[in-house]
Design a protein around this ligand. Structure first.
Ligand SMILES: [Zn+2]
Ligand SMILES: [Zn+2]
Length: 284
């Protein structure tokens, strides 16, 4: 990223609604643009927790917007506000491996404009396992990456008995004992603590999402200079190497400025022509 000394956000502060120190993950990406990130402690758990005591409702975008509104309530004159939302589950492309899906929304109140970024990574210790009295937890403790990553232990069918931020094997064993004693079925549920401050792997993935976001913010419209010039859609039609007709292979990306409407087709230039097997004329 080149230094852009007259970027309109240079010298500004981003107010980030987080109570799990996610600002540490995004600071570096934005300091390269001369933007400071300040954490605003909002009670993000009221919007839902990973361990499920408070269910999440609505879409990711709704959750992000709610967090942004919460920051505005505590910093009424903030211009730039950031919110983040993570979700975990099977990888969309590789269903047998888990993934961390991080979404970031940066809101510019002066422009009434949001920059949204999505990032999916298979780097995660996300898991959930149920243990009975005869099951050894060792394999799960290793998989969770304790002690650098924390674990959660919860009583099966008695969810209010829950221990979070466990980073010592002794404490995990004690929590398992207590949860099995409290559970009506004598079982405990083990999972990774996915809160960013308990999970350096998640912190790193949020940092990657922040780099994408910062790159997007750094990109300015060639015409009106407003930040956020970005590909809006891909364009197919790379010419066939045999007959020259447009194929279904991607030719380039249509970049569009949401402020002034300026558009530009940027060629991907991976290859000047497409293989004839993708051509509707040569290989119908
Ligand atoms: Zn523009
Ligand atoms: Zn052809």
């Amino acid at each position: 990223m080149n230094a852009d000394n007259d970027h309109p956000y240079r010298g500004l502060t981003i107010y980030f609604g987080t109570k799990h120190h996610k600002e540490k993950a995004v600071q570096e990406a934005f300091s390269r643009l001369g933007i400071t990130v300040k954490a605003v402690s909002i009670d993000t758990d009221s919007f839902g927790t990973f361990s499920g005591e408070i269910p999440r409702t609505g879409s990711v975008r709704d959750a992000l917007q709610n967090k942004i509104n919460e920051v505005i309530r505590s910093v009424p004159d903030a211009r730039l506000i950031l919110a983040s939302e993570g979700s975990f589950g099977p990888h969309p492309a590789f269903p047998f491996s888990a993934c961390d899906h991080e979404a970031l929304l940066l809101w510019d109140r002066d422009r009434n404009h949001g920059f949204f970024v999505d990032h999916v990574s298979s780097e995660t210790n996300f898991f959930s396992a149920e243990l009975g009295r005869d099951d050894a937890p060792d394999e799960w403790i290793r998989r969770c990456r304790v002690p650098t990553h924390a674990m959660i232990v919860q009583a099966k069918d008695h969810p209010s008995i829950i221990f979070k931020a466990l980073t010592s094997i002794d404490r995990i064993r004690a929590a398992l004992q207590e949860c099995m004693d409290a559970s009506p079925v004598a079982r405990a549920v083990l999972s990774a603590d996915l809160r960013a401050n308990q999970n350096p792997t998640r912190m790193k993935v949020i940092g990657e999402a922040a780099s994408k976001l910062a790159e997007r913010v750094a990109s300015r419209c060639p015409s009106c200079k407003v930040p956020g010039f970005w590909p809006a859609r891909a364009e197919r039609g790379l010419p066939c190497g045999d007959c020259g007709a447009p194929t279904r292979v991607i030719l380039g990306d249509h970049w569009k400025c949401e402020e002034c409407g300026f558009q530009e087709l940027k060629l991907r230039n991976v290859s000047p022509t497409a293989d004839a097997r993708f051509c509707g004329h040569c290989n119908p």
